[in-house]
Write a protein that binds this ligand. Structure first.
Ligand code: FE2
Length: 472
């Protein structure tokens, strides 16, 4: 194999084989206490008929479920039957809008498209979580698809368009108040970020804070503390009029405003008031790590790149050419601290390359914490994340799991039910083994990242985005 040709891009190929409760062989030992389902979500179909999507984010979504019980594992995977997927299968074309792929229009449809609002696929391939008592898959258009917890079958969608047209696939669940929290953006001459919460019952979502702007930024996630919600608004912005008409894809309507800063916005969860808006060093953010309040300070941890070029390097033609960009597009772990009176703001760039961050979410989200887990780069050998690391947020020391020709995805922390220590638990990740051309569920001791077990699937699990573990 030539140097630099590590064959990782087989993780970006379509996977059309759907398995139903396939029993898998466990190599090693899974702790007895680990019982439940690891759900994961990600793209899995990049071509229908003669038509390909343009971008990694546009592959039609597939759910994966690793069911763990008594040390045994079964695996199921199933396509998300969004309206875009159904139309693609039936008509063998891209009928509705995706993130960076416009529909396959005839010349006549292209003309008509200038006078019609785009119709989106609701290709909910980014994340999976509970919304009330329903398992939902999500993307950034404001509808969740619902799913059967066991079979993964797709049921009726939940429409949030009455709150706003786009949302995030990174809602929070506040375990203290038992609220599901997210926001939608309502586009208009002035656009509004509208934060809403929903209790675990069947209550309707309630808007509790709003923030208005002329040029809304692309926002992938937000921060949550006990009293505040936090936005980081990068210069990747859109004139909403561009979204309404024409045949450009959603992402192509956005542009990077070179002379704009990144704005940090803090809103009160208690009365919706604007606590602080302040410019910080220009950066682009996909993911917050964690946020919390301590004394009179708000601590905001996030993964930031210098610009949004990272998105452009996930076009499939660049991935296939192994052109994943330079080190400058990598995300680094940053911490911004501001005083609750808003008078002092200070940002530290740790220099640690860090993406797809996770923590011991249930017990430490919105609270002071010590450990974060994420993807990074072993040495500087490759330009794709090929290591899973653990960062001690107190002293910024790191531990690493890395093996040659292996590519881990996001690591999900599951706590030991008898745990006292923050990192007493396991990390569950799905790893692509390019030599075997197979993927495996990897169970790591979260304390030292030592391997407890690996479970080969027997086929490739395409590179995906986010997942969650639900205890039985
Ligand atoms: Fe994400």
């Amino acid at each position: 194999m030539a140097v630099g040709m590590n064959n990782f891009n087989i993780g970006f190929d379509s996977q059309t084989s759907e398995l139903d409760n396939q029993s898998l062989e466990v190599i090693g030992t899974i702790p007895d206490w680990l019982r439940g389902s690891l759900y994961r979500n990600g793209p899995a179909l990049y071509k229908v008929g003669e038509h390909s999507v343009n971008h990694w984010f546009d592959g039609f979504g597939m759910l994966h479920r690793f069911f763990i019980q008594n040390g045994n594992v079964t695996y199921s995977n199933r396509f998300i039957e969004s309206r875009g997927y159904q139309a693609a299968i039936e008509e063998k074309r891209i009928k509705y809008h995706l993130f960076a792929t416009a529909p396959d229009y005839t010349w006549w449809q292209k003309i008509i498209s200038w006078f019609q609002e785009p119709v989106f696929s609701y290709n909910t391939n980014v994340n999976i979580a509970m919304y009330g008592n329903q398992l939902v898959s999500m993307t950034e258009k404001s509808a969740y698809n619902t799913h059967d917890l066991s079979s993964l079958a797709t049921n009726d969608p939940i429409d949030l368009n009455h709150i706003g047209e786009v949302t995030t696939a990174h809602p929070h669940f506040d375990y203290d108040t038992k609220e599901f929290i997210n926001f939608c953006i309502k586009f208009g001459p002035k656009s509004t970020y509208r934060f809403f919460s929903k209790g675990v019952d069947n209550a309707e979502p309630r808007v509790f804070a709003e923030y208005e702007t002329v040029l809304p930024s692309y926002v992938h996630s937000f921060g949550l503390t006990s009293d505040f919600v936090i936005l980081l608004l990068s210069p990747l912005k859109v004139n909403p009029l561009k979204l309404r008409f024409g045949n450009k894809s959603y992402y192509e309507c956005y542009r990077w405003y070179e002379d704009h800063d990144t704005k940090l916005v803090v809103l009160s969860r208690l009365d919706g008031s604007l606590i602080k808006e302040v410019d910080i060093d220009t950066c682009f953010i996909f993911h917050f790590v964690n946020c919390y309040q301590e004394d009179n300070q708000i601590i905001v941890d996030y993964c930031a790149a210098d610009n949004a070029q990272r998105i452009n390097h996930f076009y499939l033609n660049k991935i296939k050419a192994e052109d994943l960009g330079s080190m400058q597009i990598r995300s680094r772990l940053k911490r911004t601290i501001l005083t609750t009176d808003g008078k002092e703001v200070d940002t530290t760039d740790t220099g640690i390359y860090f993406e797809m961050p996770t923590i011991n979410y249930k017990y430490y989200n919105s609270h002071s914490y010590q450990y974060a887990y994420g993807l990074s780069y072993h040495g500087n050998s490759e330009n794709i994340e090929n290591a899973l690391i653990k960062v001690d947020m107190n002293d910024l020391t790191t531990r690493e799991w890395y093996q040659a020709n292996m590519y881990p995805q996001e690591g999900v922390f599951v706590s030991n039910p008898d745990s006292i220590a923050e990192d007493d638990g396991v990390i569950l990740t799905v790893v692509l083994d390019t030599e075997k051309r197979d993927s495996f569920l990897l169970v790591l001791n979260a304390n030292d990242l030592s391997e407890l077990a690996r479970v080969y699937v027997g086929q490739i699990v395409p590179f995906g985005f986010h997942g969650t573990f639900m205890k039985s």
